[in-house]
Design a protein around this ligand. Structure first.
Ligand code: ARG
Length: 455
C-alpha cells in the first residue's frame, strides 16, 4: 500500500485520522477523479514520461475501478484519507507497483481542483436542465389560466389588478437570470488546473493542452499558485444557487399564502401536500415551507466557504477540504427543490372564483380612477388626493366603487362623469400596455416568447 508517512516515523493518532479524513464524502468525486487520472496517464505516456505499456495497465486498472464503482461494488479501506489516495491504493492493489507511477507530475492539490471543476461543470448542465423544466411548468400553468386576473400586491396590500400569467412569468424571468448566472459560472469553472502540481508547476514536460482537450476544458489555468488555491468557481456556484433558492423561496411563500383558506387562490395537489397529525381539515404546504427553510441552509453553505477562504495565504491549505460538504449539500438541496417544485406547479389547481372575489376587494381600481381624472385635466397629485377621499367615503359606506352613484362621485370632483363606469378590471388591464406590462396583448407576447426561448 502507498505509504506517504515515512517522514513522520509513526502512524497518525486515531483521533487525527478521524479528524482529517474526507473519504466518507469526497468519494462522491470518484468518477471525476478516475476520468482525470486516465487522461493524466495517457498524457504521461504521450510525453514519454511513462511507457505506453505502463499507461495501458494504469488505464485498464482505472477503468476496472470505474466498473466496480458503477456496479456499486467499490469499497475502500477505512484507513484511506481521501478519494485520491483511495483510488491510487485500489489501483496498486489491482495492477501492482506500476500503479505508483500514476502520481508522477501531479499533486493532490491540482487533482482535487480538477475533480471539483469537472463535478461542477456537470452539475451546472443538470441544474440548468432542471430550471428549464420548472420554467415550462410555470408557462403551462400560465397558459392554462390565461384569463385569470389576480390582485397584484405591493406590501402584500392589494394594489392593481394583474393577470395570473403575468405574475407567473415574473418567476420565469428570475429563472432566466439564474440560468445565465449558472452559465456564467460555467465559463470560469471551465479552466483546467492539472499540471500546476503542488503549487509551482511540475518538473516534467507535460502537455496541459492535451489534458484540457481530453477532459473537455476550453482553457488551461495560467498561474499554478492560483490554480491550486482558487475556489472562486465553487463560491460562484453557491452564490448562483443561493439566488436561485431565494427565487424558489419567494415562490414558496406565495404558494403558502395563496393556498391558505383566506386567500384560496390555489389548491396544492394532494401528492404535494401534507396533513396534520391532529387537525383533520389540514392540507399543509410543507414542500413550499421546506424550500423556504432549506434556502437558509444553502445561504449558510455559501457563507461558510466565504469564511473558510477569507484569510488563506497562497497556495493550498487544508482548510479548503471543508469546501466539499457544503457544496454537495447545496447541489442536493437545489436539485431536489427544483424537482419537487416542478411537480407541484404542474399539478397546481387555480380557483378562479376565489381569485375573482379577491379582485373585488381593496379598491384595486383606485389608480385607474386617478388616471381617469388626470385625463380630464386634473394634476396627478390632486387626482390622487381626490380618489383617496373617495376611497375613505366608500369604505365608510361599505360600498365598492361600482356601487357608488354618479352623484356620490360628483361630490369629490366635478370631472367625474357617467363614463366613470367604464373603469373596470378589464379596462385597467388593457391600459397597462407598456412593454412588459400586464395588458393581455403584452402577456400573450411574453408567453409565446418564453415558450420559444425554451424550445
Ligand atoms: N482531501 C484534500 C482536499 O479535499 C485533497 C488535497 C489534499 N492535499 C494535501 N496536500 N493534503 O482538499
Amino acid at each position: 500500500m502507498a505509504n506517504t508517512r515515512s517522514r513522520l516515523k509513526k502512524p497518525a493518532d486515531k483521533s487525527v485520522v478521524a479528524y482529517t479524513v474526507s473519504l466518507p464524502y469526497d468519494k462522491r468525486l470518484c468518477k471525476y477523479d478516475i476520468a482525470g487520472s486516465i487522461a493524466h496517464a495517457n498524457m504521461l505516456a504521450k510525453q514519454g514520461i511513462i511507457t505506453d505499456q505502463d499507461a495501458e495497465s494504469i488505464t485498464w486498472g482505472l477503468a476496472s475501478i470505474r466498473e466496480e464503482m458503477e456496479k456499486g461494488k467499490l469499497s475502500f479501506k477505512d484507513e484511506q484519507e481521501d478519494i485520491h489516495m483511495a483510488i491510487e491504493a485500489r489501483l496498486i492493489e489491482k495492477i501492482g507497483e506500476i500503479g505508483g507511477k500514476l502520481h508522477t507530475a501531479r499533486s493532490r492539490n491540482d487533482q482535487v481542483a480538477l475533480d471539483l471543476r469537472l463535478f461542477i461543470k456537470e452539475v451546472i448542465s443538470e441544474t440548468v436542465a432542471s430550471v428549464k423544466k420548472l420554467q415550462l411548468a410555470l408557462i403551462d400553468l400560465a397558459d392554462a389560466n390565461k384569463d385569470v386576473v389576480i390582485p397584484g400586491y405591493t406590501h402584500l396590500q392589494s394594489a392593481q389588478p394583474v393577470l395570473l400569467a403575468h405574475h407567473l412569468l415574473a418567476y420565469y424571468e428570475m429563472f432566466v437570470r439564474d440560468t445565465s448566472r449558472f452559465w456564467d459560472c460555467h465559463k470560469r469553472t471551465d479552466v483546467m488546473p492539472l499540471g500546476s502540481g503542488a503549487l509551482s508547476g511540475v518538473g516534467y514536460k507535460v502537455d496541459r493542452e492535451f489534458l484540457a482537450r481530453e477532459l473537455g476544458f476550453s482553457q488551461v489555468s495560467q498561474n499554478s499558485l492560483d490554480a491550486v488555491s482558487d475556489r472562486d468557481f465553487i463560491l460562484e456556484f453557491e452564490a448562483a444557487a443561493s439566488i436561485c433558492m431565494m427565487h424558489l423561496s419567494r415562490l414558496a411563500e406565495e404558494l403558502v399564502i395563496w393556498s391558505s383558506a383566506e386567500f384560496g387562490f390555489i389548491e396544492i395537489d394532494g401528492a404535494f401536500a401534507t396533513s396534520s397529525s391532529i387537525m383533520p381539515q389540514k392540507k399543509n404546504p410543507d414542500v413550499a415551507e421546506l424550500a423556504r427553510g432549506k434556502t437558509g441552509r444553502v445561504y449558510g453553505n455559501l457563507m461558510a466557504l466565504l469564511t473558510t477562504m477569507k484569510a488563506l495565504p497562497l497556495a493550498y491549505n487544508r482548510d479548503m477540504q471543508e469546501d466539499k460538504q457544503g457544496l454537495f449539500d447545496t447541489v442536493d438541496v437545489l436539485s431536489s427543490t427544483l424537482e419537487v417544485f416542478t411537480g407541484m406547479v404542474k399539478t397546481l389547481k387555480v380557483k378562479p372564483k376565489n381569485v375573482a372575489r379577491s379582485v373585488q376587494l381593496g379598491y384595486i381600481l383606485a389608480t385607474d380612477m386617478a388616471d381617469y381624472l388626470v385625463k380630464k385635466g386634473e394634476t396627478f397629485r390632486s387626482a390622487h388626493e381626490i380618489v383617496a377621499k373617495l376611497v375613505n367615503y366608500a369604505e365608510e359606506k361599505g360600498k365598492t366603487f361600482e356601487q357608488l352613484k354618479a352623484s356620490e362621485f360628483k361630490q369629490f370632483s366635478p370631472l367625474f362623469n357617467k363614463d366613470v363606469s367604464s373603469i373596470t378590471i378589464k379596462s385597467s388591464l388593457a391600459s397597462r400596455d407598456s412593454t412588459g406590462g400586464t395588458a393581455p396583448g403584452q402577456v400573450a407576447k411574453a408567453l409565446s416568447a418564453a415558450r420559444k426561448a425554451l424550445t
